[in-house]
Design a binder for this molecule. Sequence first.
Ligand code: KIV
Length: 263
Amino acid sequence: MTAPDIAARKGGEPIVCLTAYTAPMAQLLDGACDLLLVGDSLGMVLHGMPNTVGVTMEMMILHAQAVMRGSSTAMVVVDMPFGSYEASHETAYANACRLMKETGAQAVKVESGPTVPQTIAYLTQRGVPVMGHVGLRPQAVLMDGAFKAKGKAPDERERILEEARATAGAGAFAVVVEGVAESLAREITAAIAPPTIGIGASPACDGQILVSEDMIGLFDWSPKFVRRYADVRADIARAVQQYADDVRTRRFPGEAETYFGKS
Ligand code: KIV
């Protein structure tokens, strides 16, 4: 899958997207997904950070390399971390090129803001496919004070719609729409040419993305809009308890003859 393949899905079959941060998860998700996002949410999900602000280029590169090793058909998009694209178009371009060259991923994603559409135009004019991100912007959490739904007040709703239009006009091949009401998601989806990928934004978008670990139930908490399709947390707790019991009662295989066989 490439950026034009995803762009061509506007108004068609919904686009299936999930986050992936590691090779084994990418392998498991690849066949069922159109797009895998190496999201900077990895800072919170894998590294226990309070938000995504502390995520670095090096972290994104390491995880994107792992995801590229595990995927073969889905398009892989990498988040540009906070501080890697805001200062100047030139810095954004250098960092986007580094992400693509060092990982092999097909595109980058940036969160919107007043100066970001010009950056998207600068990148796309120079051959970097870019995915936009409007509505709730996790990298702006320290400005906002918390992760909050967006677009409830009329002026904020208008600003988000305008940002989505500017993001699309700048050449983004798709736009993530996060944490907005269905009516705004529907309006954005109707207003812009690239497909919208919703997260906590209703089925009114052209596709959906979730954080995989939320969707499989790894944590004891997940955002209200997430449907849990598995209870991996309970499975792991059960497995580790069984393992501990086996070790304590010396009830496990471990002879040299069984070492290389498959269980
Ligand atoms: O970082 C992330 O995982 C994202 C999402 C859209 C889920 O930006």
